[in-house]
Design a protein. Structure first.
Length: 137
Protein backbone atom coordinates (compact mmCIF):
# COMPACT_ATOMS: atom_id res chain seq x y z
CA UNK A 1 0.00 0.00 0.00
CA UNK A 2 2.84 2.43 0.70
CA UNK A 3 4.28 1.68 -2.73
CA UNK A 4 1.06 2.85 -4.39
CA UNK A 5 0.97 5.95 -2.18
CA UNK A 6 4.60 6.70 -3.05
CA UNK A 7 3.80 6.34 -6.77
CA UNK A 8 0.79 8.65 -6.43
CA UNK A 9 2.89 11.24 -4.59
CA UNK A 10 5.59 11.07 -7.26
CA UNK A 11 2.97 11.45 -10.02
CA UNK A 12 1.41 14.41 -8.21
CA UNK A 13 4.79 16.06 -7.68
CA UNK A 14 5.63 15.58 -11.35
CA UNK A 15 2.32 17.09 -12.46
CA UNK A 16 2.84 20.10 -10.18
CA UNK A 17 6.27 20.63 -11.77
CA UNK A 18 4.83 20.40 -15.27
CA UNK A 19 2.05 22.88 -14.53
CA UNK A 20 4.52 25.26 -12.88
CA UNK A 21 6.64 25.08 -16.03
CA UNK A 22 3.58 25.89 -18.13
CA UNK A 23 2.58 28.76 -15.82
CA UNK A 24 4.44 31.35 -17.89
CA UNK A 25 3.20 33.05 -21.06
CA UNK A 26 6.55 32.80 -22.88
CA UNK A 27 6.86 29.09 -22.11
CA UNK A 28 3.29 28.52 -23.26
CA UNK A 29 4.09 30.33 -26.50
CA UNK A 30 7.24 28.21 -26.99
CA UNK A 31 5.29 24.98 -26.38
CA UNK A 32 2.63 26.09 -28.83
CA UNK A 33 5.25 26.79 -31.53
CA UNK A 34 7.00 23.48 -30.91
CA UNK A 35 3.66 21.75 -31.40
CA UNK A 36 4.24 22.50 -35.13
CA UNK A 37 7.76 21.08 -35.30
CA UNK A 38 11.40 21.51 -34.35
CA UNK A 39 12.92 24.96 -33.94
CA UNK A 40 16.33 26.25 -32.90
CA UNK A 41 16.77 28.91 -30.21
CA UNK A 42 17.40 31.61 -32.82
CA UNK A 43 14.17 30.82 -34.62
CA UNK A 44 12.17 30.97 -31.39
CA UNK A 45 13.92 34.23 -30.50
CA UNK A 46 13.04 35.65 -33.93
CA UNK A 47 9.41 34.49 -33.85
CA UNK A 48 8.62 35.60 -30.30
CA UNK A 49 10.79 38.71 -30.14
CA UNK A 50 12.39 37.47 -26.92
CA UNK A 51 16.12 37.49 -26.13
CA UNK A 52 18.27 34.42 -26.74
CA UNK A 53 19.09 34.22 -23.04
CA UNK A 54 15.42 34.24 -22.10
CA UNK A 55 14.51 31.62 -24.71
CA UNK A 56 17.34 29.36 -23.54
CA UNK A 57 16.25 29.65 -19.90
CA UNK A 58 12.64 28.87 -20.76
CA UNK A 59 13.66 25.89 -22.90
CA UNK A 60 15.81 24.56 -20.07
CA UNK A 61 12.85 24.74 -17.68
CA UNK A 62 10.63 22.89 -20.18
CA UNK A 63 13.37 20.32 -20.83
CA UNK A 64 13.85 19.78 -17.09
CA UNK A 65 10.23 18.63 -16.65
CA UNK A 66 10.43 16.46 -19.77
CA UNK A 67 8.15 18.47 -22.07
CA UNK A 68 10.92 19.37 -24.52
CA UNK A 69 13.78 17.40 -26.03
CA UNK A 70 16.78 18.63 -27.98
CA UNK A 71 19.02 17.34 -30.74
CA UNK A 72 22.20 18.78 -32.18
CA UNK A 73 22.44 19.26 -35.93
CA UNK A 74 25.65 20.83 -37.13
CA UNK A 75 26.29 23.87 -34.92
CA UNK A 76 22.62 24.32 -33.92
CA UNK A 77 20.51 22.67 -31.27
CA UNK A 78 16.91 22.01 -32.29
CA UNK A 79 14.14 21.68 -29.75
CA UNK A 80 10.90 19.75 -30.04
CA UNK A 81 8.04 18.63 -27.87
CA UNK A 82 8.73 15.27 -26.29
CA UNK A 83 6.29 13.00 -28.12
CA UNK A 84 6.83 10.30 -25.47
CA UNK A 85 5.87 12.76 -22.74
CA UNK A 86 2.78 13.89 -24.67
CA UNK A 87 1.67 10.33 -25.46
CA UNK A 88 2.10 9.20 -21.86
CA UNK A 89 0.18 12.22 -20.57
CA UNK A 90 -2.61 12.61 -23.10
CA UNK A 91 -4.45 15.23 -21.04
CA UNK A 92 -1.43 17.55 -21.31
CA UNK A 93 -1.14 16.79 -25.02
CA UNK A 94 -4.79 17.68 -25.47
CA UNK A 95 -4.28 20.86 -23.46
CA UNK A 96 -1.36 21.90 -25.69
CA UNK A 97 -3.14 21.01 -28.92
CA UNK A 98 -6.41 22.65 -27.92
CA UNK A 99 -6.42 25.26 -25.22
CA UNK A 100 -2.86 26.59 -25.43
CA UNK A 101 -2.69 26.53 -29.22
CA UNK A 102 -6.02 28.35 -29.44
CA UNK A 103 -5.06 31.54 -27.60
CA UNK A 104 -4.72 34.87 -29.37
CA UNK A 105 -0.96 34.94 -28.63
CA UNK A 106 -0.57 31.44 -30.00
CA UNK A 107 -2.58 32.27 -33.11
CA UNK A 108 -0.33 35.28 -33.81
CA UNK A 109 2.79 33.16 -33.18
CA UNK A 110 1.47 30.41 -35.46
CA UNK A 111 0.87 32.94 -38.23
CA UNK A 112 4.43 34.27 -37.77
CA UNK A 113 5.76 30.69 -37.94
CA UNK A 114 3.75 29.99 -41.08
CA UNK A 115 5.09 33.13 -42.76
CA UNK A 116 8.63 32.30 -41.66
CA UNK A 117 8.41 28.80 -43.12
CA UNK A 118 6.75 29.99 -46.33
CA UNK A 119 9.55 32.51 -46.82
CA UNK A 120 12.04 29.65 -47.13
CA UNK A 121 14.24 31.17 -44.45
CA UNK A 122 16.25 28.97 -42.12
CA UNK A 123 18.30 29.60 -39.02
CA UNK A 124 21.22 30.45 -41.33
CA UNK A 125 19.29 33.49 -42.58
CA UNK A 126 18.56 34.96 -39.16
CA UNK A 127 20.98 37.58 -37.81
CA UNK A 128 20.57 36.26 -34.27
CA UNK A 129 21.61 32.77 -35.38
CA UNK A 130 24.62 34.03 -37.28
CA UNK A 131 25.67 36.18 -34.33
CA UNK A 132 25.36 33.36 -31.82
CA UNK A 133 27.23 30.91 -34.04
CA UNK A 134 30.40 32.87 -34.73
CA UNK A 135 33.50 30.69 -34.70
CA UNK A 136 35.45 30.93 -31.46
CA UNK A 137 38.86 32.49 -31.80
Amino acid sequence: MTSNTHSTNADTTEMVSVFKALADLTRLRIVSLLNYGDLCVGEIEYLLGVSQTSVSQHLERLRHVGLVTSRRQSQWVYYSLSRNFIEERRSIGNLIAGEISGTSESNADTLALQRYRESGMTCLDLPNCKRSQRPKE
